[in-house]
Design a binder for this molecule. Structure first.
Ligand SMILES: C[S@@+](CC[C@H](N)C(=O)[O-])C[C@H]1O[C@@H](n2cnc3c(N)ncnc32)[C@H](O)[C@@H]1O
Length: 220
């Protein structure tokens, strides 16, 4: 499915989020606090926007971006080449459930709008923790179903527009899935409990844009 939507993914992202995704990514990476010389991993990197946000906030970092979708990765590699940052980043195919990197490798692991798509989420959290160095931070940016009844009403009014935007960009059913998957995603408290169960400490959730997006973080 992600191969199918790759070509127009960035345009759809900007349209569906009404341009807010850039700010959400910036806030997620501000929580990560990348530093010069640090090593980072972006799980489900897609077209690489979180990787580029890390580079914008901290030059001279080394970043792996992994994703099973080759078409998404091809776009991420093109963007890195255009930015002249091919040496700092490495985009390759891999699965969040079976990361190829050794244990205790990264200063930070991030993931944006990917976690929702994974069925065995607890296993994905354990894999992320395995590859983090002790003291390293996991930051997950994810769309969440708002808890306030008023915001839910607004959300339900907006919901039918998303598959319409998707259809205009050649990926209608994928964008219907996107909205369904947000509604089936566990509540924020359940996600923070899952972080704790995977062994993370100092687990936090930051709510953005009336709770429609959340940043979850925890330390190894
Ligand atoms: C909605 S896109 C998000 C892309 C990017 N992180 C962003 O912030 O725009 C979700 C991505 O997760 C990837 N994905 C789905 N299942 C995955 C898995 N098991 N392991 C790693 N990535 C996965 C998809 O291929 C897709 O590129």
């Amino acid at each position: 499915m992600f191969d199918r939507v790759a070509k127009n993914y960035d345009v759809a992202n900007r349209a569906i989020s009404m341009g807010m995704d850039k700010r959400w990514r910036r806030e997620a990476i501000e929580i990560l606090k990348p530093f010069r010389g640090g090593r980072y991993l972006d799980v489900g990197t897609g077209t690489g926007d979180l990787v580029f946000e890390i580079l914008d906030q901290s030059a001279n970092t080394l970043i792996d971006g992994i994703d099973p979708s080759e078409r998404m990765l091809a776009i991420a590699r093109d963007k890195a080449a255009r930015r002249g940052e091919g040496d700092a980043v490495s985009f390759f195919a891999a699965d969040a459930l079976d990361l190829p990197q050794e244990s205790d490798t990264f200063d930070g692991v991030v993931s944006g709008f990917c976690f929702r798509n994974i069925e065995r989420r607890q296993k994905a959290l354990e894999e992320a923790r395995r590859v983090l160095k002790p003291g390293g931070l996991l930051v997950i940016l994810e769309a969440t179903y708002p808890e306030s009844a008023l915001i839910r009403f607004g959300y339900r009014c907006y919901r039918p527009l998303v598959p319409l935007i998707g259809r205009c960009l050649g990926g209608g059913s994928a964008y219907k899935y996107l909205m369904d998957s947000i509604e089936h995603f566990p509540k924020p408290d359940t996600v923070t409990d899952m972080f704790s169960a995977a062994g993370f400490s100092g687990v936090r959730r930051k709510s953005l844009t009336f709770g429609t997006v959340s940043i979850f973080s925890g330390k190894k």
